[in-house]
Write a protein that binds this ligand. Sequence first.
Ligand code: SF4
Length: 187
Amino acid sequence: MHRIEIDRFKCKKHTHCIKVSSDIWRMDSQGRPVFVAHSGADSLHIDDSLLESAKKSALVCPEYAIDVKDANGNSVLGIEPDKKEVRTIKAHYDSMKEWVMDSKGFFTIKPFPDEGVIRVRYYNEKHQLSLVIEGKTAIEIYNTIVREKLISRLDHAADIGAELMKAEIAMNTGINYVQDSPLELRK
Ligand code: SF4
């Protein structure tokens, strides 16, 4: 028998836990995760059939708000958050050597703060403007780009995601957005 616990002070309501483990968690009316079996509890005994799902919901939590413990009260998550038990590598990128043009084409991104929208122009493999995507948030635009299959490289998708997030921040804070340049955030 194991016990799953949630620290509600740490929870920031991303709902990752609910998405991966709907057999354990559901969302309450305020967007918080509560146990399916007992919505008012902060901890719950679970049988072995729910153990893997419980662990998964704990491991996806960026706030380390969920723990799963054995009968002796020891965590069974297998890693201690922030302990150096897992290999760490240094990130690096040389745009002059590593950048590769996506065969599906490219995008230009421009926020329009007065209208509250970001417009993305898609130029196809022949470098012809073939689509304009309008949206208010980065997440809805990059999911639309992926759904429409306008991108073929993982590095390009990651770059567009980062650029769109910068455009959203710039639009909502009134700072200037220049594609492929760092945001000029005040210190
Ligand atoms: S993933 Fe963690 S922080 Fe997010 S809702 Fe679940 S418990 Fe809360």
